[in-house]
Design a protein around this ligand. Structure first.
Ligand code: GLA
Length: 403
């Protein structure tokens, strides 16, 4: 395909990974069906969601990937070709892809490296090249590739082999497709998955609570804070085309606006993929405004591609700092607790250094203007100490520009 040449290039090293480079220079943005709908998806829902992404302005804000998660599948046909569930997707996947592309959206699909998906639909093990070819025919742009039913103990499939095989299958299909590695951080994917895919899950599944962990027998899911707490140590591994993925957002599914704001602010700061996981047609204006905030999105999509570091931490609140292009910074004041906090930064007395990537703010030598990222209002400069009252579970975000 011509677009393969324009958008990405294949590694020329014989035997090396065949990842198509350049498909995710900034963290992918879009929507995924799983967090809100689980298995209850069909083509009407996907089309309505696509229409709502357009009419709400979310597509134009950058949320272009429309990703079907588990349960779109029917059976394989007599030739082993995967088919969609004929009752839920009677028009077929090519028609759905065309519908999305006609609206300036991209088409994402889900499969699994095992014999079956997590919800028991046909997996891609042994069918990788056939499935990737089929997805290419349907116009798929993005594949989330899960890790259920890949065997146990010594019999388990080798994760590097599994993701490499799918990466090669995508390359062989001739269509550039983003590969989203989803093995839940079990095999330290930050050390190897960037060779094969463009993003990798760092943890088990997210769930819509602030600070809980819910067990499901052999696995558990975690709320916003427990997932956030696992990200700082991984920041050195992320960057353009190889993103740490702390899982799809629960923005819109959390009980309070403050929690939804904080979740979004911190995922933006982490340079996390921004994949909406809520009901888009039924979204309230307040949630749409959070997700469409162009200053927060610009922090997430900053071309430097650095994730934030935890800069100053107390048990109740934290300050995170994200280096941006051109010597700018974003600073987030996160109140983890249930009491309002007055958080101060005396710029003259602090040092802001990112030793991992070699960025440094020179508060003694130069001053920076502050802009409140939520409101867009000017918020002084670093000549004067900043004090901000942050409500329970809320987050204030500032962008610092050198004068
Ligand atoms: C796993 C993944 C989830 C989702 C479900 C679907 O749990 O981690 O994100 O895709 O499977 O069954």
């Amino acid at each position: 395909m011509a677009s393969a040449i324009v958008l990405g290039s294949l590694s020329a090293t014989p035997g090396a990974a065949q990842k198509i480079e350049g498909l995710a220079p900034t963290p992918p943005m879009g929507w995924n069906s799983w967090n809100h709908y689980g298995c209850n998806i069909d083509e009407t829902l996907i089309r309505e969601t696509a229409d709502a992404l357009v009419s709400s302005g979310l597509r134009d804000a950058g949320y272009v990937n429309v990703n079907l998660d588990d349960c779109w599948h029917g059976e394989r046909d007599g030739n082993g070709n995967i088919q969609p569930d004929p009752e839920r997707f009677p028009s077929g996947m090519k028609a759905l892809g065309d519908y999305l592309h006609a609206r300036g959206l991209k088409f994402g699909i889900y499969s699994d490296a095992g014999t079956q998906t997590c919800a028991g639909r046909p997996g891609s093990q042994g069918y990788e090249f056939q499935d990737a070819r089929r997805y290419a025919e349907w116009g798929v742009d993005y594949i989330k590739y899960d890790w259920c039913n890949t065997g146990k103990g010594d019999e388990q499939r080798n994760p590097r082999e599994a993701y490499r095989t799918m990466s090669r299958a995508i390359a062989a299909s001739g269509r550039p497709m983003v590969l989203s590695v989803c093995e839940w951080g079990d095999n330290e994917p930050w050390l190897w998955a960037g060779q094969y895919g463009h993003l990798w899950r760092t943890t088990g599944d997210i769930i819509n609570c602030w600070d809980c962990t819910v067990g499901h027998g052999s696995w558990s899911s975690s709320g916003i804070l427990p997932i956030l707490d696992q990200q700082d140590k991984l920041r050195s591994f992320g960057g353009p085309d190889k993103w740490n993925d702390p899982d799809m957002m629960e923005v819109g599914n959390l009980p309070t606006l403050a929690e939804n704001r904080s979740h979004f602010a911190m995922w933006a700061m982490l340079a996390a993929p921004l994949i909406i996981g809520s009901d888009v047609p039924g979204m309230t204006p307040e949630i749409t405004a959070i997700l469409a905030n162009k200053r927060l999105i610009a922090i997430n999509q900053d071309p430097l591609g650095r994730g934030a570091m935890k800069w100053i931490a107390t048990p109740d609140w934290e300050i995170w700092a994200k280096p941006l292009a051109d010597g700018e910074w974003a600073i987030a004041l996160l109140n983890r607790g249930d009491e309002a906090q007055s958080i101060s930064i005396d710029w003259a007395a602090v040092e802001l250094k990112d030793d991992t990537f070699g960025h440094r703010a020179e508060f003694a030598q130069r001053s920076y203007t502050l802009t409140d990222a939520w409101s867009g209002k000017a918020a002084g400069d670093t000549q004067t100490a900043l004090t901000r009252k942050v409500g329970p579970r809320d987050t204030a975000v500032f962008r610092l520009r050198p004068i």
